[in-house]
Design a protein around this ligand. Structure first.
Ligand code: BES
Ligand code: MN
Ligand code: ZN
Length: 491
């Protein structure tokens, strides 16, 4: 498990500046103003810091960018970073500043002189998240993460905000670790074990094994894992922080590896399918965050854990299976397996918990990447209120999402000649027909949203707050949605 750096919030104390040995960060406003701490540092550094903020290089630097002065004269620190940031930065600017600091600091300790600049918790959050590295399988790399010290004039306020932000960061890192983990390590069993461990932080975690899933009639989910030596599982995580109201439900696709099954995928890039449990990863990360910050809400997270492998026991194209709902499905392509898994978990979630709403997350279709690239997840919903609330939360967290259309004409594409439906509706509108398939397992009047995260769960290039690889997309947005809408507000 990747550790986050320790973040310590301290009262401003300028007397440490001459002798502090780690890196020191100060902020300069876009018009080159230094606060008291930075001015003191500049004096110690024989005014070299002033020269920097008066330079053209500083002028052309972007907000949130860090400029580095190495081995400065007059102080013990090996590095000083000057970060261009206003006194009242936006959330995005503050997090970007933190990310810039992370890229320079690597794993060494850093002292951030926040002074009177606001949103220091977001600076720490950006620094902690952008500093993430998945080193679990690197023999040479130490897993030292260093410490982030933040000095501020408002330590109590910043400490309270930081406690919440770090609970979110813990959830994001949990999601990233799960999503980055290769499939020989993160088997269905290992995944369930890691979720079970979250009982330590107050979640109720149940693992439903294959015999139970058979008893429940989950023929759709179970047909996906038939070819694998790893048993299929459904894990139910409950956080009850909100009294006795009905919970909100989060449902995730957890295909620990997707070969395509008998409809085998081509070899090129197949290794990427180690992230096909990304939806389940996000659900798990959100549950972790809610527990760590003791959210005043009732939320249940359900993940369907399966492996899609070809074998003599695997489901064949053309097979017909019966879902828990009772509807029959003609499996014309065993590579459209995520929807088969979700169908049964969605139905089970509604039957058992009678939730006030359901959001499912899945790396469901390659087609969503064709449509939206890696910038936005596809959002599909039967409920404008829920969808708009989510899009607003995602926007506030800098997590891209774009609503896609649905409708009867798309649904007609998954009609089957021999069963109630087939699992693929053809090449056209592939992401939408996948969403229509899922909606067939959503009860009338149940507010529901499906997030197709195939393009955003794991990416090849770095993003604002993550290195290449798993992003943890959605953890912050869903946490915010729950905080904004479902949490009982204290009065
Ligand atoms: N897991 C894939 C979708 C995917 C593709 C995720 C690329 C991440 C990156 C999904 O199970 C799948 O194979 N979908 C098929 C559906 C098709 C057979 C209708 C696809 O997108 O090709
Ligand atoms: Mn597939
Ligand atoms: Zn898949």
């Amino acid at each position: 498990m990747t550790d986050l750096p320790t973040v310590r919030i301290l009262e401003t104390d300028l007397s440490v500046l001459p002798s502090h040995e780690g890196a020191i960060v100060v902020f300069a406003t876009p018009d080159g103003k230094l606060d008291q701490g930075a001015r003191k540092l500049s004096t110690l550094m024989k005014k070299s810091l002033l020269r920097l903020v008066e330079s053209e290089a500083f002028e052309s630097a972007k907000i949130g960018e860090a400029m580095v002065m190495s081995y400065p004269v007059g102080i013990a620190a090996g590095k000083v970073m000057v970060v261009k940031l206003g006194r009242r930065p936006s959330v995005e600017e503050a997090r970007k500043a933190g990310a810039s600091i992370a890229k320079v600091r690597g794993t060494s300790d850093v002292l951030i002189m926040g002074g009177a600049t606001s949103r220091m918790a977001d600076v720490a959050y950006g620094c902690a998240l952008r500093g993430y590295a998945f080193t679990a399988h690197k023999t040479a790399d130490q897993d030292a993460v260093g410490a982030i010290d933040v000095m501020t004039n408002a330590p109590d306020e910043v400490q309270a905000a930081t406690d919440v932000m770090m609970a979110i960061a813990e959830g994001v890192v949990f999601t990233r670790d799960l999503t980055n983990e290769p499939a020989n390590v993160l088997t269905t069993k290992e995944f369930a074990n890691r979720l079970k461990e979250m009982e330590n932080i107050g979640l109720t975690v149940e693992v439903l094994e294959e015999d139970k899933l058979e008893e429940l009639g989950m023929g759709s989910l179970l047909c996906v894992g038939l070819g694998s030596a790893s048993p299929s599982k459904v894990v139910v995580m409950q956080w009850n922080g909100g009294g006795d109201e009905a919970p909100f439900a989060l449902v995730g696709k957890g295909v620990v590896f997707d070969t395509g099954g008998i409809s085998l995928k081509p070899a090129g890039g197949m290794e990427d399918m180690t992230m096909d449990m990304g939806g389940a990863g996000v659900v798990s990360g959100v549950m972790k965050t809610l527990a760590l910050r003791k959210a005043k809400a009732n939320v249940v997270g359900l993940v369907g854990l399966v492996e899609n492998m070809p074998s003599d026991r695997a489901t064949r194209p053309g097979d017909v299976v019966t879902s828990m709902k009772g509807d029959t499905i003609e499996v014309i392509n065993t590579d459209a397996e995520g929807r088969l898994v979700l169908a049964d978990v969605l139905w089970y979630a509604q039957e058992r918990f009678k939730p006030t709403g359901v959001i499912n997350l899945a790396t469901l279709t390659g087609a969503i990447i064709v449509g939206l690239g890696h910038e936005n997840a596809g959002a599909f919903s039967n409920d404008d209120t829920l969808c708009n609330r989510f899009l607003k939360a995602a926007g506030a967290e800098g997590e891209g999402a774009w609503r896609m259309p649905m409708g009867a004409a798309y649904d007609a594409k998954i009609k089957s000649r021999i069963a109630d439906m087939k699992n693929v509706g053809g090449r056209d509108a592939g992401s939408i027909t996948a969403a229509q398939f899922l909606q067939r397992f959503i009860k009338d009047d149940m507010p529901w949203m499906h997030l197709d995260i195939a393009g955003v769960a794991s990416v090849k290039a770095e993003t604002a707050l993550a290195p290449a690889g798993a992003t943890g997309w959605g953890v912050a947005a869903l946490n915010r949605l729950i905080a904004d809408v479902y949490e009982t507000k204290e009065t």
